[in-house]
Ligand binder design. Structure first.
Ligand SMILES: *Cc1c(COP(=O)(O)O)cnc(C)c1O
Length: 398
């Protein structure tokens, strides 16, 4: 039963997990669920990964927290590793995805301000986007349902339809600072942005002196089968927000940028108490040990292929239940023909956890350590769920 002492902001499934092992979650009564939600793309290395557990325990015995008034060796090391493995030269660590986006937005505005163009503070975003729940990021996401009742919309976010290049061109003015996009919309329903579109954005940004910002909070850190999703397009951003999978379950995020894009961020202009603290940084380095290990991302791609083929076969078998399979790597979505909530509930009854998204989609975001056998186990559970829905549909029409 819902606890009355909690804010009523979430409608929760009546499930209480007390333990996690790899891709499995275990309830109080010992029931096992295949966790293909991964806490919304967070537990990238699975639950209780031995290397992450050991790292966290070791660090807990040394020092938990240090202010950014001091040098933090693991923070420096993680920043260096992220810079070496991406387009970026500079990293700012945060505690969440929304804060990584806040940093990205501030970095872009400050860049133009420091060049003498304080009027360039508008950021173009896309319909269906999700960038977080702070006052600025709900304005960036532009979804009415998240802004309603929270006062005037934060200024400086101009939204255009998803994938509409002409509308985008028309939206660029002398006040535009940057374009912000998720390479694959997550909350929006696993909507993949074609690589040609990302390439066109890069060209437009270069032509107009705009910064290109990618929100890779959900697509990042191996989720799509590359270290970052943008690698599939061959296009690099100037600024990128990261979180979720990078902490493997320890809450933290990061804003990455080129030296040029970060050039306005001088001492004192931005800050954080917890961001980059030793516990988070130790775990972040351990996550990179796993994800950047030789062969890891290749394995993600291989298992993803098995998973996707299995899902495609289900779509062919259950055309009245499944409309479409979408996504890249282990960021997959089932667009349902029936209400997506119905499919999600049926999956949960088969002890498989997915995550609902917009556009009537159920997301499948298993831990990146999932094996082909576990992926097939997941497919078998979705099959049973689809079978049951189909049976009930036939009963209704009979
Ligand atoms: C989850 C998410 C965010 C917000 O992250 P929080 O840690 O919840 O603040 C922002 N952007 C995208 C693409 C996300 O998936």
């Amino acid at each position: 039963m819902a606890e009355a002492a909690l804010f009523d902001t979430f409608s929760r499934a009546p499930l209480r997990f007390v333990r996690g092992e790899g891709v499995w979650l275990v309830t109080e009564s010992g029931e096992r669920y295949l966790d293909f939600g991964a806490g919304v793309a967070v537990t990238s290395c699975g639950h209780s990964h031995p290397h992450l557990v050991d790292t966290l325990r070791d660090q807990a015995e040394k020092v938990w927290h240090l202010s950014n008034l001091y040098e933090i060796p693991d923070q420096e090391r993680l920043a260096r590793r992220l810079a070496d493995a991406t387009f970026a030269d500079k990293v700012f660590f945060t505690n969440s995805g929304a804060e990584a986006l806040e940093c990205a937005i501030k970095t872009a505005r400050r860049y133009h301000y420091s060049k003498g163009h304080g009027e360039k503070f508008h950021i173009i975003t896309f319909e269906g986007a999700f960038h977080g729940r702070t006052i600025a990021t709900i304005a960036a996401g532009g979804q009415e349902k998240y802004m309603e009742g929270f006062g005037p919309k934060a200024q400086g976010f101009d939204q255009v339809p998803f994938g509409d290049l002409e509308a985008l061109k028309a939206a660029i003015t002398e006040n535009t600072a940057a374009i912000l996009i998720e390479p694959i919309q997550g909350e929006g329903g696993i909507r993949v942005v074609p690589k040609e579109f990302l390439q066109a954005l890069r060209t437009l940004c270069d032509e107009h002196g705009l910064l290109l910002m990618f929100d890779e909070v959900q697509t990042g850190v191996g989720r799509t089968g590359k270290f970052f999703g943008y690698e599939w397009s061959g296009v690099a951003p100037d600024i990128m927000a990261v979180a979720k999978g990078i902490g493997g379950g320890f809450p933290f995020g990061a804003c990455l940028a080129t030296a040029e894009a970060a050039s306005g961020m001088k001492p004192g202009v931005h800050g954080t108490t917890y961001g980059g603290n030793p516990l988070a940084m130790a775990v972040g380095n351990a996550v990179l040990d796993v994800v950047l290990a030789e062969g890891f991302l290749q394995n993600v791609r291989d298992v993803a292929l098995v998973f996707r083929q299995g899902l495609a076969a289900l779509k062919d078998r259950f055309p009245d239940v499944i409309e479409e399979i979408r996504g890249e790597g282990l960021m997959l979505g089932i667009k349902a023909k029936v209400p997506a909530g119905e499919l999600n509930t049926a999956m949960r009854e088969e002890h498989l956890l997915g995550v609902p998204a917009g556009d009537n989609v159920i997301r499948l975001l298993p831990p990146l350590v999932v094996t082909a056998e576990e992926a097939r186990d997941g497919i078998a559970r979705i099959e049973k769920a689809a079978e049951r829905i189909q049976r009930e549909q036939l009963k209704k029409t009979a």
